[in-house]
Design a binder for this molecule. Structure first.
Ligand code: FES
Length: 123
C-alpha cells in the first residue's frame, strides 16, 4: 500500500463539538500537526495551520471550536472556519481555508490517510 492509514484515537474520544485530537505530520517537508474533531456526527481533520498566519490554531491544546461549537476558531486573531470544509467563515482568513486531511472511522477507531502533501512522521 502506498498510503497506509494511521490510527489517531478511539472514536469515543471525539465528542460532538468538543476537544480535538492533534497528531504529528510532515506537511510540505516540514514538521507540523494535524487535528481531528467531530461535528454533526462526522469526523473532520485539517492541518493545524491558520490561513492568516501559518501558525497553529489551538492556543489551549485541543481547543478548536469557538464557544458556540459551530466554527473552528484560530485563537490568535479569531479567524473562523466551517468544520465541514475548512472554509473561512469570518475574521482575517478571508478567502483562505484550512488544508483538509482525509480521515475516517472504522471499528471504533479514527484513522487519517497521508497524501502528497501531508505525510506521516515516520515513512
Ligand atoms: S493567525 Fe490565525 S487568525 Fe491570525
Amino acid at each position: 500500500m502506498d498510503n497506509p492509514s494511521i490510527p489517531i484515537c478511539e472514536s469515543s474520544v471525539l465528542e460532538e463539538g468538543g476537544k480535538g485530537i492533534r497528531f504529528p505530520v510532515i506537511a510540505g517537508g516540514g514538521a507540523g500537526t494535524g487535528f481531528v474533531v467531530r461535528y454533526d456526527s462526522r469526523v473532520y481533520a485539517y492541518l493545524n495551520r491558520c490561513a492568516h498566519v501559518p501558525i497553529e490554531l489551538d492556543w489551549n491544546e485541543g481547543e478548536f471550536f469557538d464557544s458556540g461549537g459551530l466554527y473552528l476558531m484560530c485563537s490568535t486573531h479569531g479567524a473562523l472556519y466551517t468544520p465541514e470544509d475548512g472554509r473561512c467563515a469570518g475574521g482575517p482568513c478571508r478567502g483562505g481555508r484550512l488544508r483538509a486531511i482525509t480521515v475516517y472511522e472504522r471499528n471504533g477507531q479514527v484513522y487519517w490517510e497521508p497524501d502528497d502533501y501531508v505525510k506521516p512522521t515516520t515513512a
